[in-house]
Ligand binder design. Sequence first.
Ligand code: MN
Length: 244
Amino acid sequence: MNQTLFISDLHLCEERPQITALFLDFLATTAKHAETLYVLGDLFEYWAGDDDLSDPYHQIIVAGLRALSKNGTRLYIMHGNRDLLIGQDFMQACGANPLPDPTVIDLYGQTVLLAHGDKLCTDDVKYQEFRRQVHDPAWQKIFLAQPLTSRKAQISGMRQQSEQEKSHKSEAIMDVNTEAVARLFGDYNFPPLLIHGHTHRMNRHALNISGHQCERIVLGDWYESGSYLECSMQGCAMQVITAT
Ligand code: MN
């Protein structure tokens, strides 16, 4: 069975044991039968640096991903805004291939563009400013040079601030910007499909961009339930999974 799966926005953390169990079960069952699994960002609620790999919770996730890749499912992981500090050590430990944001792939003969999606939320000017800062390699180098406990404390502060700010931001501001989406399609010569996450607004949007028929598929988050996009020669379908 030739299938490729896409997931994003799991926001895994120790405080959500049910979703963690659902994810590990997904890896050991559904994903095991797929040829490729793409994680399009925000696998973790936050990632303070690869020196946090030895954390027992992180070891459980790594073991699940490593078992999957060892069994023969190709594994690709893209950074999200929550886990952009995932480095080579984590990728290696999981047997994963890092995936740049954006990336173009050939999916059963169709050109498909993959992205996390946060770069498309251009209406949120303050967030884009923050994004530029944390994506700067110089900023990352200085940040990662600090002790792990200090990094974790700073990330916790950033998360609190972000939650507070989000409560004042409108729903529209936090969604993708139509022109930014059109520009991204244009930059890649109008591929028929874009798959992204980040907004947690699971949906399929049929678009006409400069005369081209395109589709934008938004992956769902793993909060109340899990979900994945399942693609084969026959096309793509969104699947929702719930904890039993
Ligand atoms: Mn995100």
